[in-house]
Design a protein around this ligand. Structure first.
Ligand code: F6R
Length: 357
């Protein structure tokens, strides 16, 4: 039930701090350590390469998940859009592990890949929000998101839950290999949950930003570098699916290779700057588009902010910034849809689970 909320989407955005705490709790053992079924960790350790298969928002979570698994557990990862995987199946490694990320656990494109890799005898893990879903039943192993039912068509809390579970999978794998991490994930995810709360309390400011940048425009661009690019892709998807504003996400460095031709007087550019290593270069990209008339909305992280920024998110561990920076993306899209009188929870032409290929 959506209770006092006008839309499920807003309720589900607001549930993110709670979901984060639920995940931390559920994946902790009595000693307070993160834990995952040993057979899943063995499957990670037995594999020489992980293949993440997903669609839409779950694919965007996979792009960030690759960073977690490669940086924390040091296993190479490829991320594939489910519907494309079958056409040009990559040359597989000797011991692949396939991870299917799916909120619903019913996405037909992902299932088609699951069926074909099972036929080849490969191991499979599904990360899903729905226990007993098709992808969960058919895979060797399942990790649950514990996000509670997601009703709004636009996925929000499932995305951040997917990132949290992927980070835990990476961490538990790394610990099993005796890698020193240099940070305590339980603690860092707790900081994330608190930061999410701060963001959920910043709705007025974000509504204002959404009105300022998106109320009249026909299009919008999201730029970022490194993981910020992946969050930009998700921001663009959220915006287009519920507000029908044509939106695209780009790597900051790719702008000058074509897309910059589309920048006109007033074109909104939403730029993410949460990574110290690319802070100056993304700001360089913002200058390039501003020189061509763009209207820049810079969303940065505390410690990296500059005077011209529109919104500053609280500081979290640099690997975990996508769990936080996506929330202004979700809220900007929500308010853009609201201001345009769109049906927020049930956008046209979309269904919550896509069970046809
Ligand atoms: C976007 C959205 C879709 C889904 C995609 C995959 O907000 O909801 O892009 O993410 O259809 O769905 P699942 O995760 O259920 O496999």
């Amino acid at each position: 039930e959506k209770g006092t909320y006008p839309h499920y989407m807003l309720k589900e955005i607001d549930e993110q701090p709670l979901v984060m705490r639920k995940i931390i709790q559920t994946y902790q053992n009595e000693q307070g350590e993160l834990t995952i079924a040993p057979e899943i960790i063995n499957a990670m350790n037995d594999s020489d390469r992980v293949y993440i298969i997903a669609a839409g928002t779950s694919y965007h979570a996979g792009l960030v998940g690759k960073q977690f698994i490669e940086k924390i557990a040091k296993i190479p990862v490829e991320v594939h859009v489910a519907s494309e995987f079958g056409y040009n199946m990559p040359l597989l490694s000797d011991k692949p592990l396939f991870i299917f990320i799916s909120q619903s656990g019913e996405t037909a494109d992902s299932r088609a890949v699951l069926v074909s890799v099972k036929e080849l005898g490969h191991r499979t893990l599904t990360i899903t929000n729905v226990p007993g879903s098709t992808l969960s039943r058919e895979a060797d192993y399942t990790l649950l998101l514990h996000a509670g039912p997601e009703i709004a068509v636009a996925s929000t809390k499932a995305y951040t839950a997917q990132l949290a579970v992927l980070s835990i999978l990476a961490e538990v794998t790394a610990k099993s290999r005796n890698y020193t991490l240099g940070f305590d994930l339980v603690h860092e995810l707790g900081i994330v949950a608190n930061a999410m709360e701060v963001l959920c309390d910043s709705k007025e400011l974000i509504e204002h930003i959404s009105r300022e940048f998106l109320s009249v425009t026909r299009n919008a661009f999201f730029i970022g570098r490194s993981v910020d690019h992946y969050v930009g892709l998700e921001g663009a998807l959220k915006l287009k699916e519920i507000s029908y504003i044509q939106a695209e996400g780009f790597a900051g460095g790719e702008l000058k290779h074509g897309t910059i031709a589309l920048i006109e007087e007033g074109t909104p550019i939403i730029a993410l700057a949460t990574q110290e290593s690319v802070n100056l270069s993304i700001r360089g990209n913002v200058k390039e588009v501003v020189a061509r008339g763009a209207n820049p909305c810079i969303i940065s992280m505390k410690g990296l902010e500059m005077d011209e920024d529109s919104f500053v998110i609280p500081e979290v561990h640099e690997l975990l910034t996508p769990l936080i920076s996506v929330i202004p993306m979700q809220l900007i899209a929500y308010y853009a849809a609201l201001h345009r009188d769109c049906d927020v929870d049930k956008p046209r032409n979309l269904a919550k689970s896509v069970t046809v290929e």
